[in-house]
Write a protein that binds this ligand. Structure first.
Ligand code: PEP
Length: 256
């Protein structure tokens, strides 16, 4: 039985009050299940409000954040640390999302420091990797994704790897409505597993969950989850529609 993880990345959408409405609408429609690990990742400013709803009423749903800074505290104006996220009840944190890499110049080295900070504080990183359209056209997908994984996860032990999730998100598929095909996703997921097996171990490669992300909808999620290579989905736009996100979770629950 596969244990899917479905994560909703709200990006920079919803005020704290709007977040409460969205979560209420989602809870009214979502299956009351604990078979699928479901993660809601609102903006930092809505984390406390969402936590206040989830903790008493839906403890099977997890709170996630969209980014983190690697230092624990100090003179880093505007940044948010791993202990701050843990204190709010976050369990998962996205790291290296393509928007962070491309819009904010986040390097593999910065991503690695963020992953390590999260693991130090008992949080579970969701490392996002993926190639641009030009890189795919130049047949560099495997090289780019391998580099992002080896640099982003450098020095992690097998125990630390066991707490990690990887999201394969081709940049050209994010927010474009042009999802990868399930075959394209499965091919890259296999390449990622082979990197994990070579650098860590076959057991580690089998244990790490690899999500697909990029224009996932309630209509296409079933095709991705049908692939044995795919352990869940990272959902952007569609998670802002409570009915669509509830349907995505229901499909995962039925596929498990
Ligand atoms: C994302 O933000 O991680 C994402 C995959 O977005 P979308 O589903 O909108 O493509």
């Amino acid at each position: 039985m596969r244990h899917f993880l479905i994560a909703g990345n709200w990006k920079m959408n919803k005020t704290a009050s709007e977040a409460v409405t969205l979560v209420e609408q989602f809870l009214a429609r979502a299956p009351k299940t604990s078979r699928v690990d479901t993660v809601l990742a609102p903006p930092f400013t809505a984390l406390a409000a969402v936590a206040a709803i989830l903790a008493p009423r839906a403890p099977h749903l997890s709170l996630g954040a969209q980014d983190v800074f690697w230092e624990d505290r100090g003179a880093y104006t505007g940044e948010i640390s791993a202990p701050m996220l843990a204190d709010l009840g976050c369990r998962y944190v996205l790291v290296g999302h393509s928007e962070r890499r491309h819009l904010f110049g986040e390097s593999d080295e910065a991503v690695a420091k963020k992953v390590q900070a999260l693991l130090r504080h008992g949080l579970q990183p969701i490392l996002c990797v993926g190639e641009t359209r030009q890189e795919r056209q130049r047949k560099e997908t495997e090289r780019v994704v391998t580099r992002q994984i080896l640099n982003g996860l450098a020095g992690l032990s097998a125990d630390q790897m066991a707490r990690l999730t990887i999201a394969y998100e081709p940049v050209w598929a994010i927010g474009t409505g042009e999802a990868a095909t399930p075959e394209q996703a499965a091919t890259v997921h296999r390449q990622i597993r082979s990197v994990l097996a070579g650098e860590w171990s076959p057991a580690c490669a089998a244990a790490v969950r690899i999500l697909y992300g990029g224009s996932v909808t309630a209509t296409n999620v079933g095709e991705f989850l049908a692939s044995p290579e795919v352990n869940g989905a990272l959902v952007g736009g569609a998670c802002l529609d409570p009915a669509a996100f509830a349907t995505i979770v229901s499909i995962a629950d039925a596929t498990t």
